[in-house]
Ligand binder design. Structure first.
Ligand SMILES: Nc1ncnc2c1ncn2[C@@H]1O[C@H](COP(=O)(O)OP(=O)(O)O)[C@@H](O)[C@H]1O
Ligand SMILES: [Mg+2]
Length: 428
């Protein structure tokens, strides 16, 4: 829906003169020292799919605001092109639009929410919300209907006639969000809209934004300096460092495979429990990790190589998991869907963790849910495909490595081995 190609913004009187220097590979600091020009954004490339939340994340000063402002041409990029595509008009080049075209674009296609935006103090909440519709000369009654609907959505139903000074900061921010939603713009540009909010309110707003976005199917370009926020709401995240986009990926990609030290530093302090999936942390069911120990009629039993006296996992000829047997027992424990049990985690915790039930989940289940299940049962969690085939198990080492290392146990073991033997190139 939005595509940026080689977008560069240099601040200064003779900005274009910095482009050759950038092409020579000079850094932002070198160019500033040599020419006094400030590189805001350097050669940014990214693409937004319709209906997604795309986050731009980075430290303060990394170029996030500059980049989002180039997208709706609040500032003009020094080099590069930006395109906007929708069903009615096909693809149009934003960077080639004249003032009239830009006004239309901002009116109908893109609306922007800032961290500190101004509500009109003498207008009611409803009047503030539908301000954008009024300047579009929309029918007043219709506008009010839309306004009431979006205020309901952001949790401000009943506050239509209040004035801004009667609202808390968090509620005022909701009005800002409602105002952007009311315009029916296809793309919302949001520059750190929640950064000034208290943590608890912030998390609520993130949740609501995700819900509303799904309901209204808007496309959102969202800026934040908080990786946890980006991972909670983003389908894709672009990470900026000193004007450059250094990595783009989905939240789990970024978490598991940070491409630069800068990204790794963010990841180190991020909460993986809502992002990492069972499929990533699972100990895969293969010969290197599991050993065949017995056969009994239809089933073949395996144990974890590192724990030969532990649980036995019985699979049928189609690799479907049929039995999980405790040490010293012959009968399988019950195998139950983890998501169902996890819903009752609090009750079960009260009566004690069970050792006679194996919880089964699929590869997409997030770590937090796996942990909830684990608080109900001491038996290793089993990860299966849609057709019941065993993908692997998640036991304590996998959980611990997921939380601490933010990746799979095996990848961690391999990385550690590689660190210890730097000359062993190609092995494994
Ligand atoms: N109008 C401007 N004039 C000169 N430099 C600017 C201007 N706006 C931003 N910058 C510089 O561009 C860089 C990126 O800034 P900005 O996009 O605001 O970062 P962020 O939003 O990630 O905090 C910073 O070095 C900043 O100082
Ligand atoms: Mg900014």
């Amino acid at each position: 829906m939005i595509r940026a190609e080689g977008v560069t913004k240099v601040f200064g009187k003779n900005a274009g003169s910095a482009i050759p220097l950038l092409e020579q590979g000079k850094t932002k600091d070198e160019i500033q020292a040599e020419t006094g020009h400030i590189v805001g954004v350097k050669d940014a490339n990214f693409e937004l799919e319709p209906g997604e939340v795309f986050c731009i994340m980075g430290l303060s000063g990394s170029g996030k605001s500059t980049l989002i402002r180039c997208v709706n041409r609040l500032i003009d990029p020094t080099a590069g092109r930006i395109f906007f595509k929708d069903r009615e008009n096909g693809e149009r080049e934003i960077t080639a639009m004249n003032d009239a075209e830009l006004r239309e674009l901002r009116k109908h296609d893109m609306s922007m929410v800032f961290q500190h935006f101004a509500l009109f103090p003498h207008r009611t909440v409803l009047a503030n919300t539908i301000y954008g519709l009024e300047i579009q000369h929309r029918n007043a009654e219709e506008s009010q209907q839309v306004g009431r609907k979006v205020l309901d959505m952001v949790g401000l139903g009943g506050w239509e006639d209040a004035y801004p000074h009667e609202l808390s900061g968090g509620m005022q921010q909701r009005v800002g969000l409602a105002r952007a939603l009311a315009t029916e713009a296809k793309v919302l540009l949001m520059d750190e809209p929640f950064s000034a909010l208290d943590p608890l309110i912030k998390v609520n707003m993130q949740r609501e934004l995700t819900r509303i976005q799904k309901e209204l199917d808007r496309t959102i370009l969202f800026i934040t300096h908080d990786l946890d926020e980006a991972m909670r709401i983003g389908n894709h995240i672009a990470i900026m460092d000193a004007g450059e986009v250094v990595q783009i990926g989905n939240p789990e990609d970024i978490l598991v495979n940070p491409k630069t030290e800068y990204v790794a530093n963010f990841v180190e302090h991020a909460d993986p429990t809502g992002v990492l999936t069972a499929g990533t942390i699972v100990l895969p069911f293969d010969d290197t990790q599991f050993e065949r120990v017995a056969e009994n009629g239809e089933l073949v039993y395996y144990v974890r190589r590192s724990h030969p006296e532990g649980f036995r996992f019985g699979i049928d000829r189609k690799r479907r998991l049929q039995a999980v047997v405790r040490p010293g027992h012959h009968e399988s424990v019950e195998i139950a869907p983890l998501v169902q049990i996890a819903e009752h985690a609090a009750e079960i915790a009260r009566t004690g963790r069970r050792d006679d039930i194996a919880l089964r989940c699929d590869a997409q289940t997030v770590l937090r849910t796996v942990l909830k299940g684990r608080s109900c049962s001491t038996v290793p969690t089993v990860v299966t495909d849609a057709d019941g085939r065993l993908r692997g198990i998640i036991d304590e080492p996998e959980l611990i490595h997921g939380i601490l290392e933010k990746r799979g146990h095996r990848e961690h073991a391999e990385a550690t081995a590689a660190d210890e033997k730097p000359s062993a190139g190609g092995a494994g």
